[in-house]
Write a protein that binds this ligand. Sequence first.
Ligand code: URA
Ligand code: ZN
Length: 379
Amino acid sequence: MRLRRLSQALLRRTSTSRSAGARAFSTGGSGAIDVHTHMYLPSYMEVLKKRTEIPRVVTVEGQDRLVILPGEDDEVTTATGRPIGREYWDVKAKLEYMDMHNIETSIVSLANPWLDFLTGDAAASVAQELNDELQSMCEQSGGRLLGMATLPVRNPEAAVREVERIKKLSFIRGVILGTPGAGDGLDHDNVRDMLVAIEDQGLPIFLHPHYGVGNEHFHDTGHALFLALGFPMETTVCVSRMITTGAMDKLPNLKILVAHAGAALPSLIGRLDSCVEHDIAIADRLLMKPTDYLKKMHFDAISYSTPAMQHLIELVGEDCIMFGTDNPFFPPAGVPADEVCSHEWPSTKKVWTTLGDLGGETQKKIVRDNALRLFGPNK
Ligand code: URA
Ligand code: ZN
């Protein structure tokens, strides 16, 4: 009953017109809500195209290429970045992709590295512009899109003000944050006010990697190890620090959605429990053991592995895991950049397969109900 009311409220709040909303919410029938899906909004693309240093978009033989990852241009196997096309910035491409992959609603976040390279007034004003642009894109989407805001994290006072300001943006239902915060990590005091403001508003944080951990091991392996290992280890370190430093104890109601199915945490949490327990000074300053903090968090379902999904469910329960795709990253391999929008995406199909393997009520909760509860209005 409660879910039905939320569902109706979500519909009401996100439809610009009755018919557009009704049409949008009946496509495909899955009702799927994608909580991990990105765009580079048009004004952000302009910023990236003007830059001469990472992060930037370069044009090589008429093809735009994304060079955003640390050290990417120094390493032979990654120096030319990755091809980038309209799937990154064109709202029509996002909606076409959603239709093709049976996704009803997308909660769109800016892709990495957000505003990490801007400080001061520039960070503050670009954040406002982007969040307004996202709100208006969602407003015009016929009920298909919601958004997660980007914060000017290198200007923590402005970040607090922006958290306040986005209150009035009805389609914004969360904020995406990278792991460094203002440069010293999300467990540092310099971002505490921002996190408290987010907590007070009840907005979920979508915690997402960008910088990688262990990069010194990834030369000569293209983007593969950076994305497969560096990204999840970064998320793992960030969450583990937030737990073990006591930062989580100061933010008891903060809602955190951890990217990439909790990264390495589901596998390492038993070890983390044990190592904390054996370091009495650390154990004594915490209110709970690390596993219990993890059980308060939320996770996307992007593991590409049925056994990994089963393990995550066993560990944290089936009520805090939600469908995600990481679109427009991981496009169909080997397909020319200008054709990816008209192809089915095997990476997305793989997520669907792992959820199909779970079946029944569990699948339904992960595909829709859990996200509806976390991102519904007034959440
Ligand atoms: N590569 C990125 O740069 N970002 C993602 O979110 C996924 C892959
Ligand atoms: Zn992502």
